[in-house]
Design a binder for this molecule. Structure first.
Ligand SMILES: [Zn+2]
Length: 516
């Protein structure tokens, strides 16, 4: 642009200089001035333009830089705030967890002390005036548990005041109400001193296991004025158990409320039933049962009674302590399912020596169900697992709670499932300062089951392999077949996993096993 202007001006000067007339000269000079002025104006405008533009560009650049800088600063502040918030939340969560753990620990310690005191009291009562007849000593102890109570409770174990039942009409026991069952007998014989069967083994065991099956309706003994919904709930859960695992029994259900006003009827009816279908003597049964039930506390529990070996009717029992309270707290269906799993497990205990073996505290019966933690852990695991499908329980909740308990005992004392292999070992844990027989057997036990289910990627190890096969091949071999490792290998691998896996990682297996 500048070059074009210079050329134009130069051409004009040349052409003016070539003219010779003075007028022409003046005009040319004027013209020249004009041109000079125009040139000056043009160049100065150009310079101003350039300056303005440069300034504009600089300002734009500055503005842009400022914006970038501001944005960077804003982001930095934002990041810092987000980080601070995250740190604060993490800190809070950690504190909350610490408090939770501490509370759980305290609760556990409180329970341990309570249990120990109760045990000491029981031992004291048991040792008073021994007669040498263990059954009579036990009944005397039950009587003292009732008579030595000085508070408003029904016995020394109770906490709530013993309930009153004005105008209660008691039920009369009746032999005619006892159901009549089909009897079965199997051709064969056990050796009287060994586990060995004298008869062809497989067929005899098949027959004995079959004798544990029954399509008979569960029988219920309960006091008058019991809420009928309790019985309904129990039968519903037993029906569900039968759908899942088959019909085993027959089942005898006994409901005992706290301070049961119809206790004479309940004890009597139960003993009529037992003396009909097992070798119980009615009078001895009545005295024992009546006084035992009077020691029941406010809440709650359920007990399973195994079938008699080689009996022609292999009935199994469920005795409920405070079934009305369990119904109110919506626990009764899950706890019934737990007991039904014991019924199913016990259906495979067909060897008469099984009972004798479990009486020996330090020995497990080879053809029985193996360690107690396995029996209890799997009963609770599958009860909760199946109950969850009916919205009666929650696997994650239960496993999380049990893990806290097991982890607390482990962190403090280092005990694992190996320390609860047989009844003697479990009793030792109860007598130990930790008083943790229950925590290891049930709470770590259910985690032993969860670990095995996770490892074998299926429930079949328990449901199809282990229990259905123990009577034939023994618990050690059945365990190895079901889970691909020996029980000793399991104890070591599980202990290592329990020790080295953070709690949050342990809990992650629930996502997987809950879907099997
Ligand atoms: Zn149990």
């Amino acid at each position: 642009m500048k070059r074009i202007l210079f050329l134009a001006i130069f051409t004009l000067i040349i052409s003016a200089a070539c003219s010779s007339s003075p007028d022409v000269m003046d005009t040319a000079i004027d013209k020249q001035k004009e041109l000079d002025a125009a040139y000056e104006k043009a160049t100065s405008e150009m310079a101003n333009d350039a300056k303005a533009k440069a300034k504009e560009e600089r300002l734009a650049q500055e503005e842009e830089d400022r914006k970038i800088h501001d944005e960077e600063e804003r982001k930095a502040i934002e990041d810092r705030l987000a980080q601070e918030e995250e740190d604060r939340l993490a800190q809070e969560e950690e504190e909350r967890k610490a408090i939770e753990d501490r509370l759980a620990q305290e609760e556990e310690e409180r329970k341990a002390i309570e249990d120990r005191l109760a045990q000491e009291e029981e031992d004291r009562l048991a040792q008073e005036e021994e007669t040498g007849d263990p059954r009579k000593d036990e009944i005397d102890m039950f009587k003292r548990i009732v008579s030595e109570n000085t508070g408003p409770a029904c016995n020394i174990y109770g906490i709530a005041p013993c309930p009153e039942w004005p105008n209660f009409i008691k039920t009369k026991p009746s032999k005619n109400d006892i159901p009549v069952y089909k009897e079965s007998s199997c051709e064969g014989k056990f050796d009287s001193t060994e586990y060995l069967l004298k008869s062809p083994k497989e067929a005899y065991i098949d027959c004995l296991i079959n004798a544990s099956k029954s399509d008979a309706k569960p029988y219920v003994i309960q006091g008058a004025q019991m809420d009928p919904k309790v019985k309904e709930a129990v039968l519903e859960a037993q029906q569900y158990g039968a759908e899942l695992l088959g019909n085993w029994g027959p089942l005898l259900n006994v409901f005992v409320r706290y301070g049961e006003p119809d206790l004479e009827y309940i004890a009597s009816q139960e003993c009529l039933y037992r003396s009909k279908y097992s070798d119980y003597d009615y009078d001895g049964c009545y005295e024992y049962t009546y006084w035992y039930y009077r020691t029941f506390d406010d809440c709650c529990g359920a007990m399973h009674g195994t079938p008699m070996a080689l009996a022609s009717v292999r009935f199994q029992s469920m005795t409920y302590n405070g079934p009305d309270k369990q119904y109110e707290s919506q626990e009764i269906r899950k706890s019934t399912l737990h007991e039904y799993i014991h019924v199913w497990q016990s259906a495979f205990k067909v060897h008469p020596h099984e009972t004798r073996c479990s009486d020996e505290a330090n020995k497990l019966c080879e053809l029985g169900n193996g360690p107690l933690w396995l029996e209890e852990g799997s009963a609770e695991y599958f009860a909760v697992y199946f109950a969850e499908k009916k919205a009666w329980s929650n696997l994650r909740f239960v496993l999380t709670e049990k893990l806290t308990s097991a982890q607390n005992v482990y962190n403090k004392w280092g005990f694992t499932l190996k320390n609860s292999h047989n009844r003697g070992a479990k009793d030792k844990l109860d007598q130990h300062e930790c008083n943790c027989g229950g925590a290891i057997m049930y709470d770590m036990g259910i985690w032993g089951i969860a670990w095995l289910v996770h490892k074998s990627k299926s429930n079949d190890g328990f449901l199809k392999e282990f229990y259905p096969r123990v009577a034939y091949i023994g618990y050690q071999q059945a365990f190895e077949n079901a889970f691909g490792l020996t029980l000793d290998e399991f104890y070591n691998e599980f202990a290592l996993w329990f020790d080295q896996t953070p709690k949050s990682e342990k809990l992650k297996i629930i996502d997987v096993i809950s879907k099997y």
